[in-house]
Design a protein. Sequence first.
Length: 459
Amino acid sequence: MEKMWAGRFAKELDAAANDFNSSIRFDSKMFREDIRGSMAHAAMLGAKGIIPTTSSEKIIETLGEILADLEEGTLDFDMNAEDIHMFIEAELTKRIGDIGKQLHTARSRNDQVALDLKMYMKTRTDEVIALVKELMEALLMLAKEHKGVIMPGYTHLQRAQPVTFGHHMMAYAMMFSRDIVRLKNAKALMNTSPLGSCALAGTTYDTDRDMVAAELGFDGVALNSLDGVSDRDYCVELSSCFAIIMMHLSRLCEEIIMWSSWEFKFIDLDDSYSTGSSIMPQKKNPDMAELIRGKTGRVYGDLMGILTVLKGIPLAYNKDMQEDKESIFDSVETVSACLSIATPMLATMRVNKENMYRAASGGFINATDCADYLVKKGMPFRTAYKIVGQSVAMCIAEKTTLEELPLEKYKEMSELFDEDIYEAINLETCVAKRISKGGTNVASVEMQIEYIESFLKNS
Ligand code: ARG
């Protein structure tokens, strides 16, 4: 097929160079956006008298037919086309001849691709937001069902203080709520239309960029044409938002993997989200969670990739920018796939509350509460901390626990200890007493649940 730009050249492009240069195998995803953008552009050209309205109407009508044919699969992409923009324009001209050739007046592929990618990524970002919300619903469900289930809370992966499983789930809900805010902020910041920037310097035609921007759902236009065609900040920013979502998912999955091990057995993944081993008959592996953890690396790589592509390119458009698409597409597709699997995996897992409780018991997880007991009886915290440290050491030496240490032994450590120590350090008390805002006590978790529920309703 003859290139649109063949007039300037004496020879055809080498076949391998053509393949190397072509982006249609990945940018054909943006056919809807390309067509919608062209329709808005044609309408503006007609309205401003830049091309006859008979032409703009014919162009819009035919673009509609091309869109329908692509949607229905009755028209195939030409894999020899340089990109989706060239393909649609060539198809238009094939169908309506010279009228089709008027479409590219006062436009360049540089502002066209910038527009298409922004529109495409806005839609995909909304889909990611919806998927994050579904995941948050699953976390909410778990939190509500298990808001009183006591488990060990860890620091350094050492048993630290008792928390509830509901509290633990709500920690992730908070992270994902920030992810939604981040995505919405990124969407708001990218919401200017580059179309009409043309190749780089603007145009000599009396265009109406605001008309096109409004028609396509943008808040306004990119105010500098050089920036308009070469701004890919939003790819970096969305990539970064996706990387952060993956980081959150990966942390959650790491816990799922740990919790489903026989050493923990805090949860059981449903069979429909687990796999077996080809050699070890007893195995039930958390492959979904591991893959999500693994795919996090890919999404981080996409972020590094786009940052590096952009770092050295002078204004305005350079072909390097074609590399934006595979990276951001991979990133959004990976994060969407991971969210889509994480939600049902969480929703179907079973929580073994007895095992959680057992792991929280007997491991000196109530030592802070033991010290707080002495403080409330008038001892300075540092002194109490030391005494309880010695009591723990004594328990370890005598192979017992704080719950079982006899009162006489406690009394040897401090006269302030009394019969009520046992009540003060039982796990239920430890959780119930953590009434500070954001703490693990049930009322506080209920407040967190309410906050996230209203967040979901309003966002
Ligand atoms: N396929 C190109 C891209 O993705 C479209 C823009 C081409 N512009 C150009 N001046 N060669 O970036």
